[in-house]
Design a protein around this ligand. Structure first.
Ligand code: PNS
Length: 165
């Protein structure tokens, strides 16, 4: 059984993430979408909210599950018996950092990273940009699933009302 993990922050999940999960689910027998904690980034959504949105977004795939992890991705892979990490590459600018992480992860445990080129229509798409554009009133409804868009607008309203933690 070929299993893979699609790790990320997913704050929130975008159509670009779903594109990568879709393609990973065609390449592997089982895919675990893993929501990690990256301490260098501030989050709009809690891990629970991010997991819930991913579960909804991945409902249509019968070989995809969603899990949270804290700590090292390689520890999660060891615990799950997973030897493949799938990462989307939007542009060469992603490559330097992703290569470094892939090599670090391979040095820590028996895991290969598989890079999947993002579909061109999503090559500009990043959760951070979606949040920024939405925060300033731009229309991001075509970039995330409709239910994520609704939750994004609610969360940003809460944040503006001072309930932002
Ligand atoms: O969506 P992101 O923010 O690019 O996802 C980054 C993530 C969560 C996949 C990455 O930061 C990660 O793997 N974090 C877990 C901690 C870890 O293993 N760090 C060492 C990476 S070599």
């Amino acid at each position: 059984m070929r299993r893979a993990v699609c790790p990320g922050s997913f704050d929130p999940v975008t159509n670009g993430h779903i594109d990568i999960v879709t393609r990973a689910s065609a390449l592997f027998d089982e895919v675990v979408v893993a929501v990690g904690v990256n301490k260098s980034k501030s989050r709009l959504f809690s891990p629970e909210d991010r997991i819930e949105m991913l579960e909804e977004a991945c409902r249509g795939f019968d070989n995809v599950s969603v899990a949270g992890f804290s700590g090292l991705l390689t520890t999660f892979c060891e615990e799950q018996g997973i030897h493949a990490i799938v990462k989307g590459l939007r542009a060469v600018t992603d490559f330097d950092y992703e290569l470094q992480m892939a090599q670090m992860n391979a040095s820590l445990t028996d895991v290969e990273t598989v890079f999947v080129p993002t579909s061109p229509e999503y090559s500009f798409l990043a959760s951070s940009l979606v949040k920024e554009v939405a925060m300033f009133g731009g229309d991001v409804s075509g970039l995330v699933p409709a239910f994520v868009h609704e939750r994004l607008l609610v969360r940003l309203r809460e944040q503006r009302a001072g309930n932002g933690s």
